[in-house]
Write a protein that binds this ligand. Sequence first.
Ligand code: SFD
Ligand code: AMP
Length: 634
Amino acid sequence: MANFETVEVVTDLLILGGGMAACGAAVEAAYWAKKNNIKVTLVDKAAMDRSGAVAMGLSAINQYVGLKDGKNTLKDYVDYVRNDLMGITREDLVANIARHVDSTVHLFEKWGLPIWKDEDGNYVHEGRWQLMINGESYKVVVAEAAKNALGMENIYERVFIVGPLMDGERVAGAVGFSVRENKFYVFKAKAVLAAMGGAVHVFKPRSSGEGLGRAWYPPWNSGSSAYFTLKAGAEMTCQEVRFIPVRFKDAYGPVGAWFLLFKSRATNAFDEEYMQTRRPELDNWVPYGHVKPIPANLRNWLGMLDVMEGKGPIYMRTEEAIEKLSQAEPDEKLRKKKLKELEAEAWEDFLDMTISQAIMWAGTNVAPEEKPSEIAAAEPYFIGSHSGASGAWVSGPEDMAPEEYQWGYCNMSTVQGLFCAGDASGASSHKFSSGSHAEGRIAGKAAVKYCVDNSDQPNVDASEVEKLKEEILAPLDRFEEFKKASSDPDINPNYIKPKAFMFRLQKIMDEYAGGVSAQFKTSKPLLDKGLELLTFLQEDSEKLAASDLHELMRCWENVHRMWQAEAHVRTLLFREETRWPGYYYRADTPKMDQKNWKCFANCQWDPNAKQWNMMKREILSIVGEPADHELLGG
Ligand code: SFD
Ligand code: AMP
């Protein structure tokens, strides 16, 4: 076996990931840990200052409820999320995050994040729930607070977590390896909080060739949360609810600021506004087709109908929006100033969070005040924190959750001691950066309490650890053993390199599970075939090979993606209806079926039987869901 030192770390609470949720967990857990003499350790595959989805920064905080201002209530937010997800949401989890998120935003401001203010000192809103920020250093600010709270001696950066350690039904820690040194890590813990983000590049991206790797969500979030929770035996939810964002085409610049702040229209090549011309289609998706704002997937769907009829390209009418906003200024001199300000804001929106879009504008001679830009539906992503919902099924807050949603500590999965937050926890969409941090705080606090109440250190079987070490490092040995069998190290009869493996996974998902090339359409026969091909891929995953530590990480990232893919395909098959047509469309069950499928579709991989179980879970309302007829025309 490759010569790797084994490093053992014994702790109480182990936080996996260093993104928004993990940073929230670190700050909160550190506070409660001090009071209870609990040790907290955090592990991130990258460097926390710029790790995770917020690496490049963001230009808006998408969840701020403003409860104290009295403008919105918890119910308002829950209604918004439930409607956007076509009725499928855990209201207890959404409400719990919503009641804590404002305090998280106030912490960000205290730590130095510049939030836009108007002349009266009030936050500048992008939309009803979103605040504008100067966010290029957002992640650095949030990470600094987490690092100060925990102390660098308790933080392991550039250590890639592969999977869980178990003591029977209870989680006992995690194993992984350094991506810089020949070190295999064994973390033993009383409680583990999984916050390793969502999954990107499970589906073939639109980008190819020189642009390969460019995606909307970060490619380094590769399904580790889903893999970790699945392998531990946790019940998962909403694995079918992928997110397809509409983005500026090819560089993936976000559209929120254009639609909400600049009030821009999107039109097809014939100057038709699909949100108007396609409005009658919304009647087919009632009651959700008639709510406001129109759910994200239905907004997608109306645009997709135009594209499928050959009416593309679809354009964001930036030039029109800027003109309209500047013309609203009656004074000519001030109008010129206003125009300059709007131009600056347009560029800053991208420079704050999707720099490549600004580069693309520069490279294709786009001045947004003169020329519209193409937008398009991107490839599917797995992200429980944005407008998708996939993640682990977690226990709800004691004072809000109905009995059926409560089996222990808040945000604990169905596995003892395993907590989840951010993209890792499901059915609680629209938490975004701020809500993920707030949920991390909630989960971090609950996990410390779990450590206090369960103070025995779980047992870890040493021979099991040795077996895992061998399995995890095997791709390095395989490469060494067989590399001379061919002249090209990437092509070999004895092994498969992670990049080729990823292409194979993406091709299966793209063609059979409703990716970009299939216009997001699939069906039972296609999914059955896709599942068969995934089985062969799984067999071949035992032949993955890595020439160095970096490739070893790539190998395991792709195994993680493959598990996310399987959970997705199985749940697409299980839910026999089409509920989110702008995310995926099941051609054999093309309609929404409120009677049979207004429920959660959950799954679990049983580690003992090594088989998948699928189950329905009831949707229970805690804020009082309006009757369908009350939503109509709402
Ligand atoms: O415009 C391992 N998001 C937006 N949120 C907002 O509030 N406002 C916006 O403007 C947002 N937009 C946006 C957003 C994201 C991106 C990429 C763009 C634009 C271009 C969403 C938020 O960023 C998102 O909701 C949160 O960041 C989710 O938080 P969390 O903690 O669940 O995930 P993370 O921050 O990505 O962190 C993941 C961490 O895990 C680490 N990791 N560590 C060890 N071992 C492994 N195997 C690991 N795998 C991953 C990562 O390094 C990272 O630290 S807009 O589009 O709407
Ligand atoms: P995005 O940039 O698309 O991620 O959007 C940022 C925020 O604005 C998210 O909360 C979106 O759900 C919301 N949003 C984007 N476009 C629209 C729209 N046309 N109508 C309502 N909300 C939107």
